[in-house]
Design a protein around this ligand. Structure first.
Ligand code: NAD
Length: 445
């Protein structure tokens, strides 16, 4: 049996390790944070991902999955090591590869048998080659190692489904042996496998993410124009989507993409292309549109409220998208920062993101236990995440609970026909504004 180790127990590493165990492999997951390993060993996931706790417990009990911080022991007896540590953004937009190089160094010092090292993290084109060279230079023992690229395409919130039923597996390999080992490992998944060289595999990941980011920025750009020219983005995207070359996915306008991937992966590829003397104009535009898009709601609200000083602002949704507790690059963060700086009192609710948000703003914000609680007596409501709970809320609550029901919806959570009859002033993205709130003195109450 192949001994598999996975380095990193974040969204990618943990889900990879759990799914490899689920299809029958014996897997050791390594992380350098003891606290994470402690709770994982109790069968609890440190990240919010539907269904993950159950699969962790099941595979621990089946003796197929273990968690440890003892990387030396784990790497020393591994045949295959998957690397799934973070590759965050550097100050200049390039990818920070410190975590990858640290793991590579630890592997070089620990491996005691021939080993295939598989990079799952998203890394700039050419990194696999560099890591292979680096490990070979630092090897402690007389063993053969090879590095292969196997980029990850899971999306947070649907990570298990995306891995167990992936659309494709991309293998970037330079030898028949590496191809054979990885094909065998992935055989139980029964998914299409595409084999190519390492550089192409690295590029597939960036090109895929950057294309999706570009699609979002494009539709946001069109949505903004719709507002100006009197069109409705919902009708526009519906009309577009019947063309199968366009499709109906990733055509939802909003306040921009966030998360741990699109922002950094667009910037990293743009940075890399400039280093190579080429300007990726399309990706540059996607980044610029997204930076501005984040503040569309505040821009709209400034027309109604010249100042936010002393206003009670209800915020619904904090995470960068529904289905995750991840706040990395969530548009809620710069918006709330700006509102706080301008003297607003923020009352926020999110179904799962509050504990993580408290790490950023432990005291400056009042956190509510429900939508109702934060709407009570609020002057303004901003919606930053399209959680199902928010989309299905009773729309009458805005008028009933808020002091002045001015609602700015950054995710087009509600149908215009439904929000039209509940007495609110409502603005969303790319759709006509609704102004039905009458201040009490105007209606003579
Ligand atoms: P993450 O930050 O959630 O997890 C990284 C983990 O690695 C953390 O648990 C950290 O403690 C651990 N770690 C750091 N140094 C370590 C070391 N020396 N040894 C062992 N563990 C170590 O990151 P993530 O979101 O899972 O992303 C990982 C990579 O996968 C990134 O390159 C990302 O771009 C890519 N990716 C992410 C997603 C996603 O949706 N999050 C999807 C596809 C690809």
């Amino acid at each position: 049996m192949t001994n598999i180790t996975v380095a990193g127990t974040g969204y990618v590493g943990l889900v990879t390790g759990v799914c490899l165990a689920e299809v029958g492999h014996k897997v050791t997951c390594v992380d350098n944070v003891q606290e994470k390993i402690n709770i994982l060993n109790k069968g609890i996931s440190p990240i919010f991902e539907p269904g993950l706790d159950e699969l962790i417990t099941k595979n621990i009990e089946a003796d197929k999955l273990t968690f440890t911080t003892d990387f030396q022991n784990a790497y020393s007896r591994s045949d295959v090591i998957f690397i799934g540590v973070g590759t965050p953004e550097n100050e200049d937009g390039s990818a920070n590869l410190n975590y990858i190089y640290t793991v590579a160094h630890q592997i070089a010092k620990s491996v005691e048998r021939n080993c295939l090292i598989v990079i799952k993290s998203t890394v700039p084109i050419g990194t696999n080659e560099k890591i292979e060279k680096f490990i070979k230079q630092h090897l402690e023992n007389d063993v053969r190692i090879e590095v292969a690229s196997n980029p990850e395409f899971l999306a947070q919130g649907t990570a298990l489904r995306d891995t167990l039923h992936a659309s494709r597996i991309i293998l970037g390999v330079e030898s028949e042996l590496a191809k054979q080992i990885l094909t065998d490992i992935y055989k139980p998944f029964n998914q299409p496998i595409l084999t190519m060289n390492r550089r192409s595999a690295e590029m597939v990941k960036y090109a895929s993410n950057d294309f999706l980011a570009l699609k979002i920025s494009f539709i946001n750009d069109i949505a903004n124009l719709c507002e100006t020219v009197g069109a409705n983005i919902e009708d526009v995207t519906s009309g577009m989507s019947y063309d199968q070359r366009i499709g109906d996915k990733f055509l939802n306008p909003g306040i921009g993409y966030g998360g741990s991937c699109f922002p950094k992966d667009t910037k990293a590829l743009h940075w890399l292309s400039e280093e190579e003397g080429y300007v990726l104009r399309t990706i540059k535009a996607a980044i610029e549109v997204n930076e501005k898009q984040k503040f569309q709601l505040i821009k709209k609200s400034r027309k109604d409220f010249p100042s936010f000083v002393g206003l009670k602002i209800a915020v619904l949704g904090l995470t960068f998208k529904p289905g995750t507790d991840d706040l990395r690059e969530a548009p809620s963060i710069p918006n709330i920062r700006l509102l706080l700086n301008e003297g607003a009192q923020i009352h926020a609710y999110d179904p799962v993101g509050i504990n993580n948000f408290k790490k950023i703003y432990p005291r400056e914000i009042t956190y509510g236990n429900s939508i109702e609680e934060v709407l009570h007596e609020a002057d303004i409501c901003f919606i930053f995440t399209e959680w199902e709970e928010i989309k299905s809320m009773d729309l009458k609550l805005f008028n009933k609970l808020m002091k002045t029901p001015f609602v700015y919806d950054g995710r087009n959570c509600f149908k215009l026909d439904e929000i039209r009859n509940v007495g609110v002033n409502y603005q969303s993205i790319g759709r006509p504004a609704i102004s039905e709130y009458k201040i009490k003195s105007q209606v003579g109450v």
